[in-house]
Structures are given as structure tokens and as C-alpha cells.
Write a protein that binds this ligand. Structure first.
Ligand code: GDP
Length: 394
């Protein structure tokens, strides 16, 4: 049973396992008061209290109000070097047993934290630790691989090389920093991903294309113009890069208030998208709206849809770069479109093993080091770069 609440050293608690049904859930307690709080909650089946148990030795008992849940308690070494020991309670999975245990810990004085709070705490501040923390949120294998390499020291190794050369050859150190900075646009998207908007007048096949790109039905497809009332988004991956696809309302002037709102949203979304796929209907003559969109979106990747039907216009009509010809209905050309979109989003993917800055703070450090090198302030530059190298390899 939880002891009476008295102010003690702070302890935090969070559930490490996903918020779902499962055989086992893991509750983590950390902070200077972790052991104290756990002692008040964990009732060993027999023997000494948990605080008298050496780290790593599992104890069986109960925790929670009333009979409580059966739990295995474990004192574990500090996640942060030199920090106080931490405690894990392994209880039954599912919301009820977890709530029973967590509520008891909170009643005993622990502060409840968000699920990833412990990951952040354990990650610390070094680049590999940050990479491990981001790894938990990497949406695809490809982004996870890059983060794993940074967790393995890829960025640190490359920066160490730059530090060595900074004094003897500042020019090539600047070039090395530029190489790293060129990879930052990818690094900063490893967790967040990219946004791709589908634009085009109504009925050209945007919703159908969205479904073809994502591989399943999500947007409503209807031959009546204006079916897509809002922005439909879904997450997918282009060539391993995480992408949020946004199908925007048909871009035309509409009287209907709801549809107008959808169009406003669509325009806003497109303004912020990393890439716009401008969809045209290959089977109908180009309209004034099509031409206006082409003029307004010169950087868009132009897609000529409905290639399963006879063509009503020539590729050269839409500008110097050939559109990607697809049939959203049949799936023809969709793979080529995905490959081209991925190439536009990430023109130069980092080589395997390359150092990739993946936080804004990394970019700021590199930029500061670059400026210092150019101003001849070598010691300052080295100091800035050192912040990217884990302590053990400095
Ligand atoms: P949106 O208004 O741009 O989102 O267009 P939709 O995706 O709703 O499609 C409008 C109509 O065009 C529907 O009847 C689709 O079945 C049809 N359509 C879409 N893509 C193709 C295609 O590649 N070939 C053919 N033949 N019809 C298509």
C-alpha cells in the first residue's frame, strides 16, 4: 500500500510500453526519489524492501490500491552516467493494470510524465544519445538507418576529422562543414518527413492519384467536381522518405462556402508544401485554369493523368520539362512518379555512413564554426565543433 504523501526528492514516472493491450507493460520511475517512491508502492511477496535489493535482481510482489496488480520490480542502473538508480515495474499490460500501478506511484509522490519523457531523459545531450531518442520516432527504415549511423558516431567521426584539420587547413575544414550542412535538409526531416501537395483543377484525378500513391482508398473519388471538400492527408513513404500527402480541394472559384474554405486551406497547404504535384488531365484539352496553375507553380512536378485515354494535348505544351505520364486508375507510371518525387525532395541522399546533422542545434554549431574559421578564430571554431563530438572520443 502506498505510504502517506510526504515531500521527498523528486521522482518521475512514465509508461515505456505503448498505450495498447499487451501481456506486459513496463513502468519506469526515475529521479533522485525513484527508489523511495517505488518502496512505498511495491509490496514484495517476501523479504526485504525493494531499496535493499541490488540492481538487476528481479523481485516479485504487488503494487496498486486494494489487492493491486502482480508486478516484477527491478532496480536498474542510472540511465544517465553518475545519476541515481532507477526502477522498473513490469505489470500486466492494458490500461487498467497500468493505471493501477501508475496511480499508486503518483499518490506516493511521483510526477507523471509523457511516454517519451524517459527516452529524452535517458538520451542526454550527446549527438549519439539524441540520435537514439529520435530513432524511436523515425517513420521509415531508411530514416532509422541514418539515425542509427549517427547513434553509432558517424557525425562525431566526421567532425573529429574537421577539428584535426582546422588549424593546418582551415579552408578544407570549411569545405567539410559545407558538406555536412548540405546534408542538414535531409537530417532535419528524418523524423518530421516532407509534405507533398496534390494540386489541380477538379476532376483531373487528384484523389485517385492520392490513393494510387498511398496504395489504398482514402480520399473520396467522385466524377462531380468539388467532391474533395477539405484537405485529405495521409502518411506514406517515397523511396523510404516519409511523406505526408495532401490532396487539396479542386482549385477553382467556388460559390459553395464549404468548398471555398477547402480551397483556401488548399492554397495555404500548397504554400507550405515541399513539393507540389500539379495534376493535369491528359484526356481533355488544357483549360485556362490549368495554364494559370502552371504559371503560378513553376517548381511543381507536372503529372499528366489519365494516360489510359487518348491524349488531347502534347507534352511540349506544358513547358520545357516533360510531365510524368500516369494513369492513376490503372497505376501506370505511378512508380516513376514516386521515384521522381523522391529525387526532387532529396536530390542527394547521404552516402551510407555519412555524418548527418539532424537537429537545428547541430546546424547552428556548424554555422558558427564556419564563421569562426573564416574569421581566423580557430580556437572558437574548434570549441563549437567539439560540442558535436561525444566526450569519450574528444
Ligand atoms: P479530383 O477531383 O481531381 O480529385 O478527381 P478524382 O480523383 O475524383 O477523379 C475524377 C474522375 O476521373 C473519376 O471519375 C475518376 O474515376 C476519373 N479518373 C481519375 N484518374 C483516372 C485515370 O487515370 N484514368 C481514367 N480513365 N479516369 C480517371
Amino acid at each position: 500500500m502506498a505510504g502517506p504523501l510526504r515531500p521527498g526528492p523528486p521522482a518521475r514516472v512514465c509508461v515505456l510500453t505503448p498505450d495498447a493491450r499487451g501481456a506486459v507493460a513496463v513502468v519506469r520511475i526515475w529521479g533522485p526519489g525513484a527508489l523511495d517512491v517505488a518502496d512505498r508502492v511495491f509490496r514484495p511477496a517476501r523479504g526485504a524492501p525493494l531499496s535493499a535489493t541490488p540492481p538487476g535482481r528481479p523481485r516479485f510482489g504487488r503494487a496498486g490500491a486494494g489487492l493491486g496488480d502482480e508486478v516484477v520490480a527491478l532496480v536498474v542502473g542510472a540511465a544517465v552516467p553518475g545519476g541515481p538508480v532507477e526502477v522498473e515495474l513490469h505489470c500486466h499490460g492494458g490500461p487498467t493494470p497500468v493505471a493501477l500501478v501508475v496511480d499508486a506511484l503518483v499518490e506516493a509522490g511521483a510526477e507523471k510524465s509523457r511516454p517519451l519523457a524517459w527516452v529524452r531523459h535517458a538520451a542526454g545531450r550527446s549527438v549519439p544519445a539524441q540520435a537514439r531518442a529520435d530513432l524511436a520516432r523515425a517513420p521509415t527504415l531508411r530514416t532509422a538507418e541514418i539515425l542509427l549511423e549517427q547513434a553509432g558516431g558517424a557525425l562525431g567521426r566526421e567532425v573529429t576529422g574537421l577539428i584535426r584539420g582546422a588549424e593546418t587547413d582551415p579552408g578544407s575544414a570549411v569545405a567539410g562543414i559545407d558538406r555536412l550542412l548540405a546534408r542538414a535538409p535531409v537530417g532535419l526531416r528524418l523524423v518530421r518527413g516532407w509534405t507533398v501537395a496534390l494540386a489541380g483543377r477538379p476532376n483531373v484525378g487528384k484523389s485517385r492519384l492520392l490513393n494510387a500513391l498511398a496504395g489504398y482508398d482514402r480520399a473520396i473519388v467522385d466524377p462531380t467536381p468539388g467532391t474533395t471538400r477539405d484537405v485529405v492527408t495521409l502518411r506514406t513513404a517515397f523511396d523510404g522518405w516519409p511523406v505526408e500527402l495532401a490532396d487539396t480541394a479542386g482549385l477553382r472559384d467556388a460559390d459553395d462556402a464549404i468548398e471555398s474554405a477547402g480551397i483556401a486551406l488548399a492554397r495555404a497547404r500548397q504554400a507550405g508544401a515541399d513539393l507540389t504535384l500539379l495534376v493535369l488531365d491528359r484526356s481533355e484539352p488544357l483549360t485556362g485554369d490549368d495554364r494559370a496553375l502552371l504559371a503560378r507553380r513553376p517548381a511543381a512536378l507536372v503529372v499528366a493523368n489519365k494516360c489510359d485515354l487518348p491524349a488531347a494535348w502534347d507534352a511540349a505544351e506544358v513547358g520545357p520539362i516533360s510531365p510524368i505520364t500516369v494513369s492513376a486508375e490503372r497505376g501506370d507510371g505511378v512508380e516513376r512518379l514516386v521515384a521522381e518525387a523522391a529525387r526532387r525532395l532529396v536530390p542527394e541522399p547521404p552516402e551510407p555512413g555519412a555524418g548527418v546533422p539532424f537537429r537545428r542545434a547541430h546546424v547552428r554549431r556548424l554555422q558558427a564554426a564556419r564563421e569562426a574559421l573564416q574569421a581566423g578564430r580557430i580556437a572558437t571554431a574548434v570549441d563549437r565543433l567539439r560540442g558535436l563530438v561525444p566526450a569519450a572520443s574528444k
